[in-house]
Design a protein. Sequence first.
Length: 147
Amino acid sequence: MTTIIRTAEPKDLGEMMSFLGQAQVSTKGLAEQIDHFIVLEDLEGTMLGTLGIQRIEQDGLLRSLVISPKAEQTTILDMFQQILKLAKEKELRRLYLATNKIVSIEFFTLLGFRKTEKHELPSYILEADHVVDSLALEETVIMEFVI
């Protein structure tokens, strides 16, 4: 299946809200930072995936990774390459993510992320709602990527 990965635009907001809502993923802040998100779609324009950055100061927090079962799993790597490119274009210094999935930790390590301790996080990242919620879960790992 041929797919396209592109930066999200304001016209994508409604479809993204629906797509993320179906996956029960938070859409908080999406409208304000739509230009910090990418979408994966097929040639007909059907949304197959999203990945975004919640910008906080000069850093970012990876958010809203949702992939349709219809998408090929190999596109996940392509999406991460695109989000790193977008982070550079937005002149971000670091990207952070929170996960409690062992498979994800291995994948992100291969992409160049490293585990970081809670006390090493800038306060503005540590206080972000997503990080607070994630740290409430067992075995959550915070990872950092220096751009």
